[in-house]
Design a protein around this ligand. Sequence first.
Ligand SMILES: Cc1cc2nc3c(=O)[nH]c(=O)nc-3n(C[C@H](O)[C@H](O)[C@H](O)COP(=O)(O)OP(=O)(O)OC[C@H]3O[C@@H](n4cnc5c(N)ncnc54)[C@H](O)[C@@H]3O)c2cc1C
Length: 245
Amino acid sequence: MHGWTHTIMNARLIKTDHPADHTLGFVIEVDEPFEFRAGQSCDLTLVNPPHEDGKGSTRTFSITSAPSESPRLMFATRQTGSAFKRSLEDGLLGMAIEVDGPWGSFVLHDDAARPAVLLAGGIGITPFRSMIKDAVERRLAHAITLLYSNRTQSSAAFFSDFVTWSHVKRNFTFVPTLTDPPADSSWHARTGVIDGGLIAEQRGSAAAPIYYAAGPAAFVKAMRRALFDAHVRPSDIQTEEFPGY
Ligand SMILES: Cc1cc2nc3c(=O)[nH]c(=O)nc-3n(C[C@H](O)[C@H](O)[C@H](O)COP(=O)(O)OP(=O)(O)OC[C@H]3O[C@@H](n4cnc5c(N)ncnc54)[C@H](O)[C@@H]3O)c2cc1C
């Protein structure tokens, strides 16, 4: 038995869009004040979903909007064809959703003297978008570097937000990389996976960074290996694994 109780809150779907290829963005509005820290997640349950497939109508999602926007919460997910996601894609505005949370300790550390290096694989960008937007809005002093890996640019959700914020926040560095770059010369940034070499390259002369990795399980596993290769201490690594991919 927990020594505490918490309330499941009611929310409604208010908007859907496509922030990248095969990616569904959606915004819900919670009926009451909802406090969370950038990087946290919550469990969403579709109350009366139009589609069902036996895998249940609850999923965990990282909140991709900033705390300042609450009680509106934005999420993003890859479209897999699951009944849960098809129900959201149908985008019945006003659809009832229950919110349980916020959960998790995948949040930016307090000590601004230590840089943050964020490693995002595909849809793993969701908690980082919240953290970076929050850092920009609250003028946090942390130096932040985002290494963002996608197959193609059109699959990289929120790409233009990071370009904008890299101009607004002095010590925010955006390092996108594509593993399946276009054959022509239209892509001018990095190509290839995030490996130990790329991670070591980002380390400045300041205090040792804290590293955050988020994405599908295979990505997080690859990042653990890359961080090991770059001689990063395990105690300086935080991870958020998205199961189901
Ligand atoms: C902290 C956290 C944050 C996440 N954030 C995001 C996000 O921002 N965007 C996003 O797209 N996805 C996120 N996920 C993953 C998400 O919850 C789904 O698992 C994923 O999107 C696949 O859902 P699906 O409907 O496409 O797949 P399906 O195969 O239809 O669903 C996956 C099924 O497996 C179940 N399941 C998953 N993991 C486990 C487990 N460990 N043990 C038992 N059952 C399990 C789920 O409850 C569900 O029933 C997050 C997961 C976690 C834990």
